[in-house]
Design a protein around this ligand. Sequence first.
Ligand SMILES: C[S@@+](CC[C@H](N)C(=O)[O-])C[C@H]1O[C@@H](n2cnc3c(N)ncnc32)[C@H](O)[C@@H]1O
Length: 210
Amino acid sequence: MSADEPTQEIPVAQTIAAYDDQAAELAERYAKTDTERFFRWHADLLPEPPAPVLDIGAGSGVLADAFAKRGYEVAATEPSSGMAKESLRLFPSNGVLYFGEALPSLSILKATTGPYDVVVCDAVWMHVPPSDRPEAWDSLAELTKDGGLLTMAVRYGPHPPGRPMHDVDLDDFVAEAAANGFAEVKRSAPKPMPDQSDGSGFVRICFRKG
Ligand SMILES: C[S@@+](CC[C@H](N)C(=O)[O-])C[C@H]1O[C@@H](n2cnc3c(N)ncnc32)[C@H](O)[C@@H]1O
């Protein structure tokens, strides 16, 4: 491929189908997330319950459930019906309001709910095709209250071939956030992927909407 040749984008539907196929195994794994650690790290950033919270790409629903159990009013969106089904099995009857929408548009969420004091979008951005990212930023901005918190775990570095992901350049990512009214307030140390030595990993970045 020449340097000028655009990288082929993977349609969102293909990504969702991959999650549907692997939902049972992935949801069990994601459900082991250490949510106490999440709340400790965000302790000085989160509003008191029952502030409204939105979890975008909620996966197993573990974090949405943890917010709900702390008394927050929680909405979550998970476009993979397989994952959403697993989340209802793993974390039933917790009062989380579920949607089935995907970034970038989130049109029903925007038309019927929000804005939210807290928006969480963990391990999702690498699935949003670059050409969809401007609209995705518009949606994040519309769904986050002024002064609200946007927290995102962002995957960096190479990704395994055959997995439906796109590159994320962290400098570009933060610049796009700033252009959409989000000022960075906290960033974690990079956390390398435990099972890979290719330089990939996750970093968490928190923003305040100005
Ligand atoms: C790696 S999992 C992360 C799940 C959860 N946020 C967590 O951290 O455990 C990515 C999730 O994002 C969802 N997803 C993929 N593309 C998406 C999109 N365009 N908009 C919203 N969610 C998406 C997938 O269905 C999957 O559940």
